[in-house]
Design a protein around this ligand. Sequence first.
Ligand code: ATP
Ligand code: LTN
Length: 328
Amino acid sequence: MKRMLSGIKPTGSVTLGNYLGAIKPFVEYQDEYEMFVFVANLHSMTIYVEPKELRENTKNLIALYLAAGLDPERVTLFLQSDVLEHAQLGWYLGCMVSMGELSRMTQYKDKLAKGESIGAGIFNYPSLMAADILMYDPDYVPVGIDQKQHCELARDIAIRFNSRYSDTFKLPEPLVPKIGAKIMDLQNPTKKMSKSGDNPKGCIYILDDINVSKKKIMSAVTDTDGKIVYDPENKPGISNLLEIYTTLTNIPISELEDKYKDSGYGDFKKDLANILGESLEKIQTQYKEIIKGDYITKVLDQGAQKASFLAKKKLAKVERKLGITIRK
Ligand code: ATP
Ligand code: LTN
């Protein structure tokens, strides 16, 4: 069975973009792959999040992974900070990547361009992400398009390490869904829907009131031409809604275009709002059950145990090869 690994940062409330671009595909992959899914809480330190909020986001994210359908008996579900080896391997890999490579990362460049003061963590973060990935030798890393570059850097670091010290890491491949990899902001469909975006009307949160989310679909920006056609360049608003529709239902876009060829945007949006409402309701019902007891802690303990076993072995191998270890 091929192996897959991915993670999400608990920096805010989980969005529809996170769900459609990451969590839903993870659930679909679990039948076919051996999955490792974690909460990247060390990565969330790259921006300031109130400690109380961070704890809440972390619990919610784990609960949402489970509510969306990840099965902890099949998937290794863990909290990054529970496996100390990530930070240690991150340090070694950070010493093998150049300042030039890190400076070329789009996410870093975008943050830099905003002109705000940013912590060194934002700059160094791809080496920790490389450690998260290379630690477990996955074949694939399913991510949204914004993370593809970081996965490619992890692969370059693995090639460098393997050629310098002999074969140690499997070369991972990013897996970006063809549709749903970049759900756009509903009010500004040329911008990614993002947890840390500044217009809450453009972003749907999985745990929000369902009627509020439906209203956000109804008031999503479209265009004046009135035709339900997929054309991201010229019709970004309606194309984004079609992407949301197709990823929620698995009905191909061409079938949706056909189904709505004689309808207006209003009817299309109403159907989509109802479909979204049903999906959110299912997830929220599960979530409410999961968040109640101490089930989450049990799942995390079990996941940390499984992940730590592999991480310890991998780090020991790396340290032997590097010459860090002096004991036999
Ligand atoms: P932030 O806005 O704080 O950068 P984010 O919403 O982009 O956060 P991440 O934790 O960076 O969330 O991403 C988690 C996963 O969700 C990643 O695989 C990412 O590619 C995916 N993802 C995030 N936003 C979207 C989106 N709008 N469409 C599709 N996938 C997304
Ligand atoms: N950087 C990612 C989260 C992340 C990740 C990973 C994803 C951290 N480590 C390893 C895949 C594999 C993000 O910002 N979404």
